[in-house]
Every structure is written in C-alpha cells, then in structure tokens.
Design a protein around this ligand. Structure first.
Ligand SMILES: Cc1ncc(C[n+]2csc(CCOP(=O)(O)OP(=O)(O)O)c2C)c(N)n1
Ligand SMILES: [Mg+2]
Length: 736
C-alpha cells in the first residue's frame, strides 16, 4: 500500500497527488482502517523526496573562476566560442549557444580522446564524431578549422551560411571531409551514430580488431532526445550492446521555446539506463571531469554509454541559460561583453598563433595511429586488402553481373508465378553469398519482406559476423541506422518494411537522398494487392511521394526478372538510395524471353509491341504490367494494335536520351497509364513526351483502398484488363 502511494507521489514528481483507484477504498486497500490510511498517507508525504536534483544552472556562473581553474584549456575552448560568435555575427544568423556551451566537452574530446588525423580525414579506422545537434554547426566548423582539416579554411568559416560555402547552416555531408553526416533534422545524428557503430561491429567481425577498432562519438541535445527516432535508436543500440558508441547529452535544459521543463521532465539518465546503456554524468565545463567521464565510458564492455554533460547554453554571455541563447547572438555589445568575460582580446576571426598551433598539434596527434594502422593493413593478405578497399569504396563485386544474368535466364525459362517480394528473396539468395558486404534487415517483418537469406547469420553481440539485423518495429530508426552504416562505409545496408510505412521512415529516407547514400529500401505489400489488411496498410500516395523526392530511384518491378535487374542497378549505384516497391501477391513472369541486357536500367522499355498498326500504348508498372498485357490481348483481338511499355523506374527513363524515349513513347497512339496508386505524376508520361491531353487516360486509384481479398479489390476499383481496354476504346472515340 505504502509503495503504491510512494509510486504515485514519485511518478507525479511533485507534492503527492494521491489517486484512489476505486470508489470504495476497501476494494483497493483491503483491511486498511481509516486511521491506518491516514497515517500511511502522512508517512508517505513526510518521506517524499522530489526526485529531481535542484537545477544548478539557477546559480550564477563565475566565469573568472572557470578561467583561472584551467587557464590553458579555457583559452583553447574560447577559440571555438569566439569563432562561433564571429561567424554568426558575420552571417547575421545561426546558432551561437550550443557551441558556446559544448566547447569544453569538444576540446577535451578532440585533444585527449578522438582518434583522427586532420590531414587524412577519411582514414577508415578513425573515430567518428557525429554532431547530432546540427544547429550547432559552428562547433564542428571551428574544430575542423582549428585542427587543420584541409577543406576548412578560415575563409570558409568567414563565409558561414553563404551560397557556395562548405559551411552551410547545418553540417552537410560531402561539403567537407570531417563532416561525417548531414544533421539538422534533430534526432537523425544520434540514430545515424547507431548505424556507424553497427557497421563498425560488422566489419570488425569480418576483418578483426587490428583493422577495425574505433569509437563513435555523438553530441545530442535536448531536441535530439525528444524526437521519437532517438528512442528507436537508443533501444537498438542497447540491445546490440554497442559499447563503442559514446553519446554526449548537452544537458543545458534549454530549447527554443524556453526551459525544457515546459515540455518534458524525462529523467534522461534513467531512460538510457532502461534501454541497456551505461550512463554517466559530468560537469560539462570542467575539463578534468569531462576527461574522467570519457575515460570511464571507453571502458564499457557491453553497453553503449551516455554522458549527461551539465552545461550552460551561450556560456558567459548575457543570454546564458536562456532560450535567447539558443539562436543568433549578434548584438555588438553582447559580443564585446562576452569576449571580455572570456578574457579574449583578439580581433574577429583572429586566433593567436600559440592557440592555433596547439590545435594543429591536436590535429596531428593521430598520424602515428594512422601509420600504425597502415602497417597492420599491409600485413593482411593481398586478397583481404583488396576486399577491404573494394568494400570501403562501395564497389559491387565483378561477379554480380554474371550472377544476375544467370538468375534472369533461369527465371525467364521457368517463368514462375511469384510475388516480387518472393522474387527479391530469391535474387538475394544468389546476391548475398557473393556480395558479402550486404547487411540486411527488417523492421519486424522479416517473413513478409523476404529480406533474410540463410547465409547471412543474425547480427547479435554474440555473433558480430552476422549480417542480418532485427531492427524491431522501428522503421525510422532502421532507416537512420542504414544511413549511418552507408556513411561509415564497408557495408551495403538494405532493410524492409511495408511500403505504407515509408511514412514512418521518411525523415531518414529523405536524408539518404540528400546525402547521396546508396541505401536500399525493400518496401513490400505495395498496393491494394495486399488485400485484407485494408486501407491502413495499402499505399496509394507513396509512389508519388517517393518519386517526388530528388535523387531517389524508385523501382516497381513487374516480375522476377525485373526484380533481379532492379537489385543489380540498386547495388551498382553508389550515389543515391533505391526503393524497391514489391508485391505481396503472386505475379506471372512477363519477361519470358531471356535478355542479357538489363532492361530495367533503362527505366522503361517496350515489353510487347503492337501487331499491325500501332494505335495504343499501355504504360504500366509492377503488378499492373500483367494487366496491361491482358488488355493488349483484348485490344489486339479487336484489331487495335497495342504496345505495352513496362516502366519499372521512371527516374532512369527520364535520364535516357531523347531518341530512346521517343522510340519507346512515339507521338500518335492513345496512351493509358496503369498503376494501382494515385495518378499524381503520371501526366508527365500521358501528356508530356509527345503525348496529347485528349489522347491520355489513367486507370488506377483515386482514393484510399479497402479491406477485402485482392482480386475483389482490383474489380471493385476498376483496375482490370477490360477497364483498360475500354479506356482505349473511349480515347480512340474521342471520349476522355
Ligand atoms: C526535426 C526537427 N524539428 C525541429 C527543428 C527546429 N529546431 C532546431 S534547434 C531546436 C531546439 C533544439 O533544442 P536543443 O536540442 O536543446 O538545442 P539547444 O537549444 O540546447 O542548442 C529546434 C526545435 C529541427 N531542427 N529539427
Ligand atoms: Mg538544449
């Protein structure tokens, strides 16, 4: 009983509100007399301790005490703080407070722990540093400039947030080496870092600790930890016991709207601990305490570590500890006062030579480690060295092409009736054994997504060589982890869920595209063809959304042959993600004549040409290609010459030369697009590409689906061969 009351009091974390769970207290409290109950409540109230420690930030910070406690450290960290103030002032925009608050942690991390070599920023066995709180980009740019990273000149820092500069508002992968991932959408970086750490484990499993042995460090703020994706990432990292992942929580108690308290009172340390993490805390402005915490974190054997760093946002300025400190501090008086508080008498963007050279020595510290690593690499057999280099470069093995050709031949000859999700599994069955860098997985739909092949082994702490990851029901976390894996290099991640739940993964899928990462999304159950699970599970707008996303290739293969071709293109691609939109329901083989050429690589092609005068062109994708073929039979029997164009990948077709596109889609015939999805996007092929408005029609979905057997749904929504034939007749008769 008393425990119930204590629990109620503590959960509420305030003077106890005591809830009685039944109208009649005796129902709940058994033989408690009124007196007993009263004294129990009194005892509980008396023993109640608020679980939250008083916020030390309320106490004014004595900056001069910080300065004098560690004078050298202070000035080195102040270099980050003042560069941030100067760059934000020059841009008249940006975020000053986070770098000012985390400068001490970053200084200790870079100078005492981070294994990196500033002049060789892409050395494979470097520690990774992920700035999840991407709005604090000036922290990263300052560190790269100070340590002597070749790309990050002072000129670039001065051009913070300007067109063409590598110092974008938020760190963008590809702008400068040392920016390990694109961050800014909060929560993505911490979720990427789980992928980085997973890739490291998989590669260590394959090549051993002499070749792959580094840490992944990540700075995440209150915002990152509030985003849902962080929970998916934290839980996955805890389960996988990623002990080489160390997350610094910038525990400053402030976000844009004010104190964190206005929206959240999560005990973050308890939360991480509950997900299987090692949790530590430190005073984020005391270099000794920071060093202690990192040293301790690195000893963790089977748990990732979170270090809650108590910090003050916009440290040393009049905006310290306030929401104002989050954003751009541009007032000249504030900047002057802050510099004075720091004891910094140098001009804007001016770093005294002794401080710069100290930072450069930090940047050079890792050269010996790198050389030692290169020595160990040289001792590997030539074949292993080649394999490592190929995998890190993201090159598919030469054997892939021949393997796919043989598979296609077999499929064309046996012409199975197969769902494309099952065809995908069959294709993976021949791909995975020869492409050992693939790391597959699913968000708890392995049996439905058909993503696992027997050779892979399940990745667990006990089996680091395993290449299959059970991501749990965490689509967003899976996608973000796959980004991290792809960015780490050396592995080729693919992962599955139901196509409808691309929505749940969307935040990270967009970043795969923006960062040009060749992640493969295996999205099955891709239309009303999934049947009885109904409209909640039947995607209708998702193809349009994915096709609207720049730098993403969306494949909707029609049969086992196209599925294998799509896999080949996806795995040979190095600079964009691929989405495979696959069916639940069985489909006939439409490519019954073997071609060695990868037809899907052209995006669209003539599958069956018109007999006689060409009067109609039917364009279809995926499961609707077979419907188009059946419609062609009807139309040909009526003497209407009909061509069927299979369009497994619009993006690739768009890239074809005009002459090829004209050959596939010549002017003249009526055109019908057929796809069990909404029409959005189809007008380009119906009206564009030499098409005409009065000669184009669409057979597909116009609204959400319904729960029923698939065949009935196709009839109900009018996606049938007869409906297509009728559309052609109508268009030919001038009816639209
Ligand atoms: C997904 C997402 N939502 C919203 C934002 C806008 N935003 C940028 S920073 C921020 C507040 C973050 O607070 P915190 O992580 O505590 O950073 P601090 O203020 O401590 O620097 C918000 C809401 C964003 N960048 N990403
Ligand atoms: Mg904060």
């Amino acid at each position: 009983m008393i425990n119930i009351l204590r629990y109620a009091a503590n959960v509420r974390n305030q003077l106890p509100l005591i809830w009685l769970f039944a109208a009649n207290p005796e129902d709940t409290f058994g033989d408690c007399t009124e007196y007993n109950l009263h004294s129990l409540i009194s005892a509980t109230i008396a023993s109640y301790q608020p679980s939250k420690a008083p916020d030390h930030r309320i106490v004014a910070l004595d900056i001069s005490a910080l300065r004098s406690a560690h004078p050298d450290h202070w000035m080195r960290a102040a270099a980050i703080r003042t560069l941030t103030l100067d760059a934000v002032a020059a841009a008249n925009s940006g975020h000053s407070g986070m770098p000012m608050g985390m400068a001490d942690v970053a200084t200790v991390l870079y100078s005492k722990h981070l294994k990196f070599d500033a002049t060789n920023p892409d050395w494979p066995d470097r520690d990774r540093f992920i700035l999840s709180a991407g709005h604090g980009s000036m922290l990263l740019y300052s560190l790269l400039y100070l340590t002597g990273s070749p790309d990050m000149t002072l000129e670039q820092v001065k051009n913070f947030r300007q067109l063409g500069a590598i110092t974008a508002g938020h760190p963008e992968y590809g702008h400068a080496k040392g920016i390990e991932t694109t961050t800014g959408p909060l929560g993505q970086g911490i979720a990427n870092s789980v992928g980085f750490a997973l890739a490291e484990e998989v590669l260590r499993g394959r090549f051993g600790a002499k070749i792959v042995d580094h840490y992944t460090y990540c700075i995440a703020g209150d915002g990152c930890l509030m985003e849902g994706v962080s929970q998916e990432a934290i839980a996955l990292a805890g389960r996988q016991q990623l002990s080489k992942l160390i997350v610094f929580f910038d525990d400053n108690g402030i976000t844009i709207d004010g104190k964190v308290e206005i929206a959240d009172r999560t005990d973050q340390m308890a939360r991480f601990a509950a997900s299987g993490w090692n949790v530590l805390s430190c005073d984020g402005h005391d270099p000794k305490d920071i060093d202690r915490a990192i040293t301790e974190a690195k000893k963790s054997k089977n748990k990732p570590t979170m270090i809650a760093c108590k910090t003050h946002i916009a440290l040393g300025s009049s905006a310290q500890d306030t929401a104002k400190g989050h954003g751009a501090l541009t007032s000249p008086e504030l900047i002057a006062d802050t510099r004075e508080a720091y004891g910094w008498s140098h001009g804007a963007f001016e770093i005294p030579a002794d401080i710069k050279s100290w930072w450069e020595s930090v940047g050079a510290r890792g050269a010996a480690d790198r050389e030692a690593w290169e020595g160990r690499m040289d001792k590997l057999s030539g074949a292993k060295q080649k394999e490592f280099a190929r995998m890190m470069a993201g090159e598919a093995p030469k054997k892939l092409s021949a393997t796919i050709k043989a598979f296609k031949k077999e499929m064309s000859e046996s012409a199975p009736k197969l769902a494309t999700r099952a065809a995908s599994e069959k294709a993976l069955g021949v791909i995975n054994p020869i492409m050992v860098e693939t790391v597959g997985g699913s968000a708890d739909l392995t049996g439905s997504n058909n993503t696992k092949t027997p050779d892979m082994g399940v990745h667990t702490p006990e089996n680091r060589e395993g290449r299959y990851i059970h991501y749990g029901i965490r689509e967003h976390g899976m996608a973000a982890a796959m980004n991290g894996m792809a960015l780490h290099g050396g592995v080729r991640p693919y992962g599955g869920t139901f196509m409808c739940f691309t929505d749940y993964a969307r935040g990270a899928m967009r970043l795969s595209a923006l960062m040009k990462q060749p992640v493969v999304y295996v999205m099955t159950h891709d239309s009303i063809g999934l049947g009885e699970d109904g409209p909640t599970h039947q995607p209708v707008e998702h193809l349009a959304m994915l096709r609207a996303t720049p730098n993403t290739q969306v494949f909707r293969p029609a049969d086992a042959v196209e599925t294998a071709e799509a896999w080949q293109v996806a795995l040979e691609t190095t600079d964009q993600p691929s989405v495979l939109s696959l069916t639940r329901q069985g489909l006939p083989t439409v490519r019954t004549e073997h071609t060695t050429k990868n037809m899907t690589a052209q995006g669209a092609y003539v599958l069956a040409d018109a007999d006689g005068k060409r009067e109609a062109i039917l364009m279809a994708t995926g499961s609707e290609v077979a419907i188009a073929m059946a419609a062609r039979d009807i139309l040909q029997s009526e003497g209407i010459g009909t061509r069927v164009v299979s369009m497994p990948c619009w993006e690739l077709f768009e890239e074809q030369p005009e002459a090829y596109r004209r050959r596939v889609l010549p002017a003249g015939p009526v055109r019908v697009g057929i796809e069990a999805a909404i029409r959005f996007g189809w007008d380009r092929w119906l009206y564009g590409e030499r098409g005409r408005r009065e000669k184009g029609g669409f057979v597909g979905m116009h609204d959400f689906g319904a729960s029923a057997p698939a065949n009935e749904l196709y009839e109900h929504f009018g996606i049938t061969a007869e409906a297509v034939a009728q559309k052609v007749r109508d268009l030919k008769a001038g009816k639209r």
